[in-house]
Design a protein around this ligand. Structure first.
Ligand code: ADP
Ligand code: ADP
Ligand code: ZN
Length: 229
């Protein structure tokens, strides 16, 4: 299938842009199921590094807890390692990366080295008030990572994961009212300019992300499907 120099024409490189709580992780998982893409969440990678106590994790921990952005250098190291794995030759969906113009430029270089480029940057558009409500009720299954929400996406059976039957649920250390404001501020200041960056390049797609999970999923599927041959 792969000849090592080019990727299949139907394997796009997609970016999900949007503030914390916009639904990037939720929708990325749906696209993975629907189209078989690989989800690349730098937040998940950094949380794994923190848990493992790697040098990157040691640097990232305090910054993440304060709601700031981890340095471009550390994020790019963690992501570069992941991108070098063989499964990343197929369709890719970046979730929570890039978050600065410097990261977007570094991503271009990483992709160009593989004969690829960003096919679409999809902006999930929600207002700040909604994002706070979404973050305050968020929890995930410790075993499989499925995401839930106290009010909007509860488990069918309390305390039991619908996807895998796991019974350990976790909440993120940074999903607190105080940290949320810092994260929102970082989003507007440092990540907001990427909307323009991708718009100027003609690959920006805006999706209204205020509605129900399934309605947004359907809108996304239309702009995030495989590239026609
Ligand atoms: P992000 O990855 O952008 O930070 P998540 O996908 O983790 O966001 O979603 C944040 C929280 O909001 C989760 O608890 C998730 O279950 C919930 N959620 C996601 N999308 C919606 C939606 N469209 N409507 C209501 N709740 C949502
Ligand atoms: P959310 O979208 O809900 O804010 P993420 O899981 O994407 O959550 O990110 C959690 C935290 O991890 C961020 O607040 C930031 O500290 C760090 N982080 C994740 N991705 C990046 C990135 N690309 N650049 C810098 N910091 C990042
Ligand atoms: Zn589970």
């Amino acid at each position: 299938m792969m000849d090592g120099t080019r990727t299949p024409a139907d394997a796009p490189v997609l970016i999900l842009l949007g503030p914390p709580g916009a639904g990037k992780g939720t929708q990325a998982r749906m696209l993975v199921e629907r189209f078989g893409y690989i989800q690349l969440s730098t937040g998940d990678m950094l949380r794994a590094a923190v848990a493992a106590g790697t040098p990157a994790g040691l640097e990232a921990k305090a910054v993440m807890e304060a709601g700031g952005l981890v340095s471009d250098r550390t994020v790019l190291t963690v992501l570069g390692d992941r991108l070098a794995q063989p499964d990343c030759a197929g369709g890719l969906i970046f979730d929570g990366f890039p978050r600065t113009v410097a990261q977007a430029e570094a991503l271009d270089a990483l992709l160009a080295a593989r004969g690829r480029e960003v096919d679409a940057a999809i902006s999930l558009e929600v207002d700040d008030a909604r994002m706070v409500v979404r973050i305050s009720g968020r929890f995930t299954c410790a075993a499989c990572g499925e995401g839930y929400h106290d009010d909007f996406k509860p488990t069918a059976k309390p305390g039991t994961c619908d996807a895998c039957g796991g019974t350990e649920m976790k909440r993120r250390a940074d999903d607190t009212p105080k940290t949320v404001m810092a994260r929102l501020d970082a989003y507007h200041r440092q990540t907001g300019p990427l909307i323009d960056f991708y718009d100027r390049r003609g690959v920006l797609k805006r999706v209204d992300a205020m509605g129900d999970i399934d309605v947004i999923g359907a809108a996304l599927a239309k702009v995030a499907g495989p590239i026609p041959a």
